[in-house]
Design a binder for this molecule. Structure first.
Ligand code: G6P
Length: 614
């Protein structure tokens, strides 16, 4: 999955394209490239590494032009090299193309084209598509529609997913975009039009956006655009206003987006909670669930589908919803759900959780659930995202843009919304008003408790210094703190490249205890209930084997001196908010741990913020 942006207008295309790429870098940053239509030829610049490298080389290699396409790559087919970097130029130098997605049958198409004598300059599936369009173009008679007809002939031959932008040398005032599976949006400005993977690429430059649906194709000129199906039928273009540039995407006094996003969690959660409680103070009120009350009251099962950090938030939700609403809950890796022959068990609700709302595995899981006739709800942060548009109902996280690749504030708000959902479902079923009231109060108090924990950031930095030499770490917790252990381990390995594993605390003795030695610290997340004694016993098992122990524990739980080397204290709190609070020191621990190693926490190697390939 990659970021695409194309510009066609009166200005020179360089600034809009480079700015657009910078905003899309969260989709991948292995390499970046740009191509401009210069009348008689395409000028191109392509560089491995970040968009900043490309910006320098564009100055040297390209002259001003008002039509261009650009791309930031997360490698799927082919290594991170300049020749595999987009845009790709066709064998006859007539087309340039940028692509997001995977053409699954590219091998067969490549053989077909090779048999026609066409050579390839890269290992990518995207170059194959570019050459396929050029090949069809060469076979078509001259005429006004030759460019669009070539695209229309090539795309149905491709299996898999694509979002593309393509230019043709013979059409100096036209840009074509098309999508299937990978997002693509048209931006409409004053005498300038855009195509991009997401609207953030043209915020501040375009006034309106038109989200393409699968199987649609957009033909753009500077003052005009047309959207059709691949077959050529007119499609309806629904325009949405493009939000103004928000200050939230500026770094301010912080060194990294990850740190900024960790520290803005009190405000982010305030927004997640705002206006979402019933007037009687015993339940939550989630507008996106309205109209589905009867289905929710009579549910037999909930299946969460999500990936990465979002899946860990769902696992927190699993514990809370089962406890509050007594509905059986399953949490699936979205990528697995789609291919399972899961038996239909009564009335099931599928809840898809995705910060970006564009993770392809999650979207495909939703599509599969809909095929099976299941009710689908989405929890997402991005307004108008594919997930928001494709589910039957849902809830927005409202935490503002999350730029750091390692998800932090999004996790907290997803876990918070799962608790709110559990509360709403519980009150529809059999949770008492008194229990409902205490949960409402706990949730309302969450932002202040988050602030209280974050104020102790310096203590976490000192702990990170103490443990920063470790190459292997274990994270352990029980019940709703088990997913927090998984998330703590994921955060650490994502950004520091140390090896970390999360386990249920009691599972330690069934295998991972073999890893314990003086160089392998264990981070225990201790419950604020009767189970804490058992977790403390697990800590002692580690200490008995000379393993260092760091405990994250609520104030009210006594930790014997011999059980832990260090203890980080959390405020005592209701069980619905404990997982969110316990995760905060782990976010900060990972952050400082990685910074101490001199790493770029916002753009960890090999990762991307939004993964739009399967
Ligand atoms: C990628 C990111 C993770 C994220 C996951 C799900 O793998 O690197 O940080 O948790 O996608 O993203 P989503 O946008 O669906 O929440």
């Amino acid at each position: 999955m990659c970021g695409i942006v194309g510009y066609l207008g009166r200005e020179t295309a360089q600034a809009p394209l480079i700015d657009g790429l910078r905003r899309l870098e969260y989709r991948g940053y292995d390499s970046a490239g740009i191509a401009f239509h210069e009348g008689s030829k395409f000028s191109m610049a392509r560089e491995t590494g970040r968009v900043n490298n490309l910006a320098e080389s564009v100055q040297k290699k390209c002259s001003p032009a008002s039509l261009g396409i650009a791309h930031t790559r997360w490698a799927t087919h082919g290594a991170v090299t300049v020749s595999n970097t987009h845009p790709h130029l066709s064998y006859d130098d007539k087309f340039v193309l940028v692509h997001n997605g995977v053409i699954e049958n590219f091998g067969a198409l490549k053989r077909f084209l090779s048999d026609k004598g066409i050579d390839f300059a890269s290992e990518t599936d995207s170059e194959v598509l570019c050459n396929l369009i050029a090949f069809h173009y060469s076979e078509l008679p001259e005429g006004e529609n030759r460019f669009v007809d070539a695209v229309r002939q090539a795309l149905p031959q491709c299996r898999g997913a694509y979002g593309i932008a393509v230019l043709c040398l013979d059409y100096p005032d036209t840009m074509i975009g098309a999508r299937r599976g990978s997002p693509l949006v048209v931006g409409l400005g004053d005498e300038a039009n855009f195509i991009a993977s997401d609207a953030s690429a043209f915020v501040g430059r375009a006034k309106e956006a038109v989200f393409l649906n699968d199987g649609e194709l957009a033909v753009l000129q500077a003052n005009d655009f047309r959207i059709t199906t691949l077959e050529g039928q007119e499609a309806t273009a629904v325009t949405h206003p493009v939000d103004e540039v928000s200050e939230e995407v500026e770094l301010g006094d912080f060194d990294s987006y990850m740190e900024k996003e960790i520290y803005e969690q009190p405000m982010a959660l305030q927004n997640t909670l705002l206006g979402r409680f019933g007037d009687d103070g015993t339940t939550s009120k989630l507008g996106g669930l309205e109209g589905h009350e009867d289905e929710l009251r009579n549910l037999d099962r909930i299946i969460f589908v999500a990936c990465g950090t979002a899946r860990h938030a769902c696992m927190v939700g699993e514990y809370l919803i089962e406890r509050l609403a007594r509905v059986p809950v399953e949490v699936e890796h979205a990528s697995e759900f789609r291919y399972r022959n899961s038996p239909k068990a009564g009335k099931s609700l599928v809840i898809a959780v995705s910060q970006s709302g564009e993770t392809l595995d999650t979207l495909e899981a939703v599509r599969e659930a809909k095929t099976k006739g299941l009710l689908t709800l989405g929890i997402t942060n991005v307004v108008g995202s594919s997930l928001a548009r494709e589910t039957d109902g849902g809830v927005y996280q409202r935490v503002g843009p999350e730029i750091g690749v390692a998800s932090t504030k999004a996790f907290s708000s997803q876990a918070c919304l799962c608790a709110m959902l559990g509360l709403a479902l519980g009150r529809m079923r059999d949770l008492s008003p008194m229990d409902g009231q205490s949960i409402v109060e706990a949730l309302k108090g969450l932002p202040d408790l988050v602030s209280e924990v974050l104020q102790k950031g310096e203590q976490i930095r000192e702990l990170a210094i103490k443990y920063s030499k470790a190459e292997h770490l274990l994270f352990l917790g029980r019940q709703s703190l088990y997913p927090v252990a998984l998330e703590g381990a994921l955060k650490l390995k994502e950004i520091s490249y140390a090896h970390a594993e999360g386990y249920p605390a009691a599972e330690l003795k069934h295998g991972p205890i073999a890893l314990i030695n003086p160089d392998c610290p264990s981070v225990f997340i201790v419950e604020g209930n009767e189970l804490s004694a058992k977790t403390i016993a697990n800590m002692q098992e580690v200490k008995a084997r000379k393993g260092p122990v760091l405990a994250i524990a609520p104030d009210g739980i006594e930790i014997p001196e011999e059980a832990a080397d260090d203890v980080f204290r959390l405020p005592d709190a209701h069980e619905v908010v404990r997982p969110i609070l316990a995760n905060l020191p782990l976010q900060l621990f990972a952050y400082h741990f990685a910074r101490l190693r001199g790493l770029d926490v916002d753009k960890p190697r090999n990762l991307a913020k939004s993964v739009t390939v399967e």
